[in-house]
Design a protein. Structure first.
Length: 231
């Protein structure tokens, strides 16, 4: 099972993309009672066949609050996450339009990425600029997929072997570009109106959001688990 988060912080209780730190810790502790946390590389190479009942925790976009609020919990519990960076925002002052505070809402900088990587955090690509990839021409698509991979690898000294489709938006041409770029796999969070055929480059995730109460969270988890196990 792959979990998808965005932000962890105490500032935005009404923001769908933000999970409160105390809720995040409760969720992680619950998961560890039911599932086994394995390394991202092991999960991707083996998945359910080699690691039944395993889980992988991922974060989209690369917000700095992943470092400030998520990592202390994950370190304490021994969970190694994957953070998908939007490369053109990493280390920049520019923030997403839905937020307003330049410090609270900033993204990780490359120094933080390098330090976190040395501590075992895996960084994957969420593209350069977070576009709708199927709408791009071939040259721009290659740049979004390939140049973001290279930037992360140059910064961390490790392999960026996972890709995450912005907006969960992809088609066969996009998948082919991701595979050609040398990624080992890619993840997607299915929307309400879209069914995903699971594969190495379309690994489905369970999105966890700020408005999900603990009971809703548990229902999501077990629904995803049963779907992966039997379908």
């Amino acid at each position: 099972m792959i979990l998808a988060y965005h932000r962890i912080n105490p500032w935005y209780p009404e923001d769908a993309l933000t999970v409160q730190p105390e809720n995040f810790e409760r969720q992680m502790k619950y998961l560890l009672k039911k599932f086994k946390s394995v390394s991202p590389a092991d999960y991707i190479s083996g998945g359910l066949e080699d690691f039944p009942g395993s889980m992988l925790v991922t974060f989209d976009d690369g917000y700095a609050d992943n470092l400030w609020y998520a990592m202390p919990v994950l370190k304490k519990l021994g969970i190694r996450p994957v953070i998908f960076l939007t490369v053109n925002y990493t280390g920049k002052k520019e923030i997403f339009k839905r937020y307003k505070n330049a410090e609270r809402d900033r993204f990780l900088d490359w120094g933080e990425v390098k330090e976190m990587s040395s501590e075992g955090v895996v960084f994957g690509s969420h593209s350069l600029s977070h576009p709708h990839l199927p709408q791009m021409d071939d040259k721009s698509l290659r740049a979004e997929v390939e140049d973001s991979k290279k930037a992360i690898e140059d910064a961390t000294g490790g392999e960026a072997f996972l890709f995450c489709y912005p907006y969960g938006d992809f088609n066969e041409r996009v998948v082919a570009a991701v595979e050609k770029a040398g990624y080992s796999g890619a993840v997607v969070t299915p929307g309400m109106k879209r069914k995903i055929r699971a594969g190495r480059y379309t690994m489905p995730r369970t999105g966890v959001y700020g408005h999900n109460g603990f009971m809703a969270f548990k229902m999501k988890i077990w629904k995803s688990y049963l779907k992966e196990k039997y379908f």
